[in-house]
Design a binder for this molecule. Structure first.
Ligand SMILES: [Zn+2]
Ligand SMILES: [Zn+2]
Length: 294
């Protein structure tokens, strides 16, 4: 009996050490309109004081991607620079200025990385080319490998520390050969780019084996870890199960929520492992969309 208090103490402290930093997500995001003249190019949401989500307006480009800005003690990290027709540098600078004032800091270096190299996530890169105290990691396999120090790709998982904030970088080629996922240990948020999100998960039929393996590695990585949310780059799904908006839709008043969960990654892995050849599959909250190159 004497050992029980010690056991209780140990269990409580262990749980505390693993509790992710909380945050909130909006139920609905602005999409694109209906009144475009009223909309900001980027809508900014504070998940918590050190984790921000930016959504590009569908009035600027129907892709309306999500971007993420995360602060550590030593560095800030911007995940993607958005699609065409938007002043992303202006939005990021304004947000960083506010964060610096709120934290009584004079400055903080910025690292710009990408979920992958497709145009709707790198279009704003040139706006950061002359930004002081900024490192822009070029979007492609070789520079990503070099920056994070990967030896083997895509099997290895590397860490990157923003200062008291360790992120795991997981290569997940398939949608694009340079796709990565990022696991933020502080919030237990998993960023998955265009590989897992509520919408059409496009994959070139020739890259299907890589996509399948990547999902399996991602599922194995999160197995047993806390996952608060799985956050991707787009929303194309409607709030009606198995239904998506047509490609090119700007205004989506009934869109699916942004967040998926670990269960969605496990579901996707299960479905992919059972497939012997790439085929179109509609799941409740997303679809697998193989494409044959033209
Ligand atoms: Zn993409
Ligand atoms: Zn995309």
């Amino acid at each position: 009996m004497r050992c029980i208090p010690a056991l209780v103490f140990f269990t409580a402290s262990t749980i505390f050490a693993q509790t992710p930093e909380p945050g909130t997500l909006p139920e609905h995001w602005p999409t694109g309109g209906p009144q475009c003249m009223e909309m900001q190019e980027f809508y900014i949401h504070q998940y918590n004081p050190n984790f921000y989500i930016l959504r590009q307006s569908g009035c600027t480009d129907y892709e309306k991607p999500f971007l993420y800005l995360i602060f550590g003690a030593d560095k800030a990290m911007l995940w993607d620079t958005g699609s065409r027709n938007a002043r992303v540098r202006e939005a990021v600078d304004r947000l960083m200025d506010r964060w610096l004032k709120a934290n009584s800091r004079a400055g903080i270096p910025l690292v710009v990385v990408h979920s992958h190299k497709h145009g709707d996530h790198i279009a704003g890169d040139k706006q950061f080319a002359d930004r002081p105290d900024t490192t822009l990691v070029q979007p492609d396999v070789a520079p990503v490998k070099a920056f994070f120090g990967f030896g083997t790709w895509p099997e290895e998982i590397r860490t990157f520390d923003l200062g008291g904030r360790v992120m795991d970088i997981i290569p997940i080629p398939g949608h694009s050969d340079d796709s990565i996922a990022l696991y933020d240990r502080r919030t237990a948020i998993l960023l998955t780019g265009d590989t897992v999100y509520p919408g059409r998960l496009y994959v070139n039929v020739n890259d299907f084996p890589a996509f399948r393996k990547s999902l399996h590695r991602l599922a194995s990585f999160i197995d047993g870890k806390p996952v608060a949310h799985v956050l991707g780059n787009h929303i194309e799904q409607t709030s009606t199960p198995f239904t998506d908006y047509p490609t090119g839709t700007k205004y989506q008043p009934e869109e699916h929520e942004l967040a998926l969960s670990a269960a969605h990654v496990f579901e996707l892995d299960r479905v992919l492992q059972s497939m012997t050849a790439p085929k179109q599959v509609a799941l409740r909250d997303m679809s697998i969309a193989p494409r044959t190159p033209k």
